[in-house]
Design a protein around this ligand. Structure first.
Ligand SMILES: NC(=O)c1ccc[n+]([C@@H]2O[C@H](COP(=O)([O-])OP(=O)(O)OC[C@H]3O[C@@H](n4cnc5c(N)ncnc54)[C@H](O)[C@@H]3O)[C@@H](O)[C@H]2O)c1
Ligand SMILES: [Zn+2]
Length: 367
């Protein structure tokens, strides 16, 4: 089974193909994008070892000439040194304006290769081939690309939509279970912001069972892409409604920053952030407490952390204050009044945030 969704952005519209074994069709799908004959496959060494040959072979069989470059796995590769290596490889491979760059990997490769595609020769076609769950349901769709600076994450970047997204769900079998679970946190987020039924799908399963249930896995990835695509269609450059995709992220980012990058995976921090946002929603939007309990049960089934982290409140608050989404001097939150009913830009007074923290066992107050 496979499914196809369209991101409707006028002349920048593009298809997302999702299904087991999709990588074999990469060349044929690329041929439909009217790309030139030359491409560069960017991957990390781990993903390249597993899927680089299959990607190259599929392109070759469809008549494309492709070169390959790899970067080390992990967030530090989202840097300008690796970006320059990609430009060098693109020049060596003779890429032209009509050529394309394939981002084969997780969100790190997607953001890095995406930014390279956005900027090389003022833009060559970008083909996203996400291989982590997070990349399939989130980073490969929507056009945000970029790299980090020593001063912070994603400080350099461009909105640059891909010409095509090809997600082979069978690649998820080699992803670590921890990374897979972390990707599921974003699926729960889509359930919260747009579709309670998505949560119902996750309530009776576990990450292990899901990996064995091809149909259900494809269904939740398709639905997640559909929701993201719809939000992006309504607000491509995050001037408004796209901010709802940040549900759980204000507190989640604060956890990531305070704990130091690497202690929690992004999805794990977001799981804790969503529980916190649900509790704040109880206070400010009458979100029913039993629905917060439901959220907690789903996240626990997916092996995601739900308890408040053992971090100093003052540091977390400071990180939230620095967050870009301030509203009238207060911390800006995405809050829910019910499953599927969220609002962005909600003013969350610090006194409320702190009392939620204290009432739910927040520790680590001393500095
Ligand atoms: N552009 C966006 O809209 C957007 C959205 C969310 C996150 N992001 C970015 O995405 C990045 C995180 O992405 P990620 O979680 O995919 O991390 P990642 O790209 O580092 O991948 C995680 C790990 O899994 C490995 N891996 C990936 N696919 C695999 C597979 N099929 N089999 C075996 N191993 C595999 C990778 O080698 C890596 O070690 C962050 O940099 C974040 O800023 C971007
Ligand atoms: Zn996220």
């Amino acid at each position: 089974m496979t499914c196809k969704r369209l991101v409707e952005l006028g002349e920048r519209a593009y298809p997302i193909h999702i299904g087991a074994g999709m990588l074999r069709e990469l060349g044929a799908r690329c041929a439909e994008t009217e790309s030139g004959t030359r491409g560069l496959i960017v991957s990390d060494t781990q993903v390249d070892a597993l899927y680089g040959n299959a990607a190259a072979e599929s392109l070759r069989a469809a008549g494309f000439d492709s070169a390959r470059i790899t970067v080390p796995p992990g967030e530090p590769s989202k840097c300008h040194e690796q970006l320059l290596r990609i430009y060098d490889a693109a020049l060596d491979a003779g890429l032209e304006r009509s050529s394309f760059i394939v981002a084969l990997g997780g969100g790190v490769v997607g953001d890095l290769a995406g930014y390279a595609a956005a900027t090389f020769l003022r833009g060559v076609r970008l083909i996203q081939v996400p291989t982590s769950l997070l990349a399939m349901v989130d980073s490969a769709v929507g056009g945000k690309t970029g790299i980090n600076l020593p001063q912070g994450k994603n400080l350099i970047g461009a909105f640059y939509q891909p010409a095509l997204v090809v997600a082979d769900t069978s690649t998820l079998r080699t992803l670590s279970l921890r990374e897979f679970s972390a990707g599921l946190a974003e699926v729960v987020k889509y359930g919260m912001i747009a579709d309670p039924e998505l949560i119902a799908c996750l309530e009776d399963t576990s990450p292990e069972a899901l990996l064995d249930d091809e149909a259900l896995l494809e269904k939740i990835i398709c639905r997640s892409c559909e929701i993201k695509a719809d939000v992006v269609r309504r607000d491509e450059r995050e001037g408004g409604v796209r901010a709802i995709l940040n549900f759980g992220h204000t507190f989640g980012h604060a956890i990531e920053q305070t704990a130091g990058y690497g202690r929690y995976l992004h999805g794990e921090a977001i799981a804790m952030g969503m529980v916190f946002a649900a509790r704040v929603s109880e206070r400010l939007k009458d979100f029913p407490p039993e629905e917060t309990e439901r959220l907690i049960r789903v996240l626990q089934r997916l092996h995601l952390p739900v308890a408040l982290p053992d971090l100093p409140w003052s540091d977390l608050l400071e990180a939230m204050r620095r967050d870009k989404k301030k509203v009238d001097g207060a911390v800006g939150f995405v809050l829910a009044s019910a499953w599927g009913a969220v609002r962005y830009g909600c003013r969350a007074p610090e006194s409320v945030l702190e009392s939620v923290w204290r009432d739910h066992g927040g520790a680590g107050e001393t500095r």
